[in-house]
Design a protein around this ligand. Structure first.
Ligand code: SF4
Ligand code: SF4
Length: 170
């Protein structure tokens, strides 16, 4: 994942403190770099740039900008293999979630995630549910999908730190 030697400017030694304070990041410093998390990660098997143990190392060493601006932290599928297998209870998946929260608050969100957040912000869902979908559900004996409380969804998105990437209120 780290192809070139990092310039000292890109290192922020205090970054680990930010991660440690974030929910889910509090076990960060327990990591002893055994690589078990990456060895059992299904995303790492498919995507060469994704290695959870590297993400943990980079967090500890202070690769703040590189991590927060990277799409890599958004690739985790939260299968929790690493969470179960880590011998040091670092909870790598939770550290990655903490990094995403920090990144979102600083405005670093990939376009795909941004589009999903915008859709949830506007209509309360990732995709619109119309009469067509509800009729199809009725044919299968399923109840119609309940309307969403959009204002509540907006509050959730803002609380999740996505405010910077959401459309401005008119
Ligand atoms: S499995 Fe745990 S201790 Fe081992 S590298 Fe991953 S986070 Fe660190
Ligand atoms: S939770 Fe994420 S990092 Fe951990 S094993 Fe699953 S995909 Fe990999």
């Amino acid at each position: 994942m780290v192809a070139e030697k990092p310039s000292p400017k890109r290192i922020d030694p205090a970054f680990k403190n930010l991660v440690l304070k974030e929910e889910g990041g509090d076990h960060l410093l327990r990591c002893y770099a055994c690589g078990t998390c990456s060895g059992g990660c299904p995303v790492a098997e498919l995507e060469a740039t994704f290695r959870p143990h590297e993400i943990i190392r980079m967090s500890i060493f202070g690769f703040k900008d590189e991590l927060l601006s990277s799409n890599v932290i958004w690739l985790c599928s939260f299968c929790y293999n690493c969470y179960e297998r880590c011998p040091r209870d670092v909870k790598p998946a939770m550290v990655i979630r903490a990094l995403r929260n920090i990144a979102a608050r600083q405005g670093y969100v990939p376009n795909g995630i941004k589009m999903i957040a915008e859709s949830v912000y506007k209509i309360g869902r990732v995709t619109e549910i119309t009469d067509f979908e509800n009729e199809a559900r009725a044919d299968l004996g399923l109840p119609a999908v309940e309307p969403v409380d959009i204002e509540k969804m907006k509050k959730v998105l803002k609380k999740a730190g996505l405010e910077k990437v959401l459309p401005k209120e008119e």
